[in-house]
Design a protein around this ligand. Sequence first.
Ligand code: KIV
Length: 283
Amino acid sequence: MNRKNTVGTLLEMKQRGEKISMVTCYDYSMSRLVDAAGINTILVGDSLGMTMQGYDTTLPVTMEEMIIYGRGVVRGCQNAFVVMDMPFMSYQVSAAQAVENAGRLIKETNANAVKLEGGAAVAEQIKMIVDAGIPVNAHIGMTPQSVNVFGGFKVQGKGEANARRVLEDALAVQEAGAFMVTLECVPPKLAKLITSKVDMITIGIGAGAGCDGQVLVCQDLLGMNMDFVPKFVKRFGEVGPAIKQAFQDYDAAVKDGTFPALEQSFVKSDCSDEFLAKLDKEF
Ligand code: KIV
């Protein structure tokens, strides 16, 4: 059944205690599959810097790149609610910069919301974006754009002072108008407590089962990440080895001449054998 997920339908899911699914996605063909599977929300994450572009961090990703990937994703889905990540330094400078770039992401991709990292520190930015009519998904806990401050991709909210700060960040982004917050690598009991304290939707990644929903990076979930797999990831498929096998089979078939067979030819018969024999003699 076609039913577009919206801020309203997602908040209703929270109220009914129904879990919300989110997956990252960066292109048209994957977006069609995610949408057909009935996933509620797609995040065009700046993790594309790592999964699609091969960088070590998300920091080099630009607005232009986000827009190009985002357009393909939006064209591929009908029902999923699409959230666009705001890349590093596209919102940190000022609230005015943030609202301008959030506006670009929505206008130029036709996505439904934007996500930005940070708690109380970006409350002003969130408020101005929301006031401009753009739904905001906040992101607290381990915020990958601050990797150089954290000294790596590390769990946040450990210890009493940090736990208090993460809860205060959640309350600050809710107060600023965020309708959804991503809790990344936050201890599970703290994530559950935050979920019980806020009306906005909590989406966990490495934050336990007590959140309103979960997000995973597409390549991790599908088993396409051949190298590092974070501890919190569960592989729901082994697509990477299946793709590699298909490429190996193709390579072998091209080389041993079994591909293409006649049935894979675009035009099976055209000129007569007599005419081809004539051509053969003439040239
Ligand atoms: O960029 C991203 O994919 C994210 C998720 C890991 C939450 O922010």
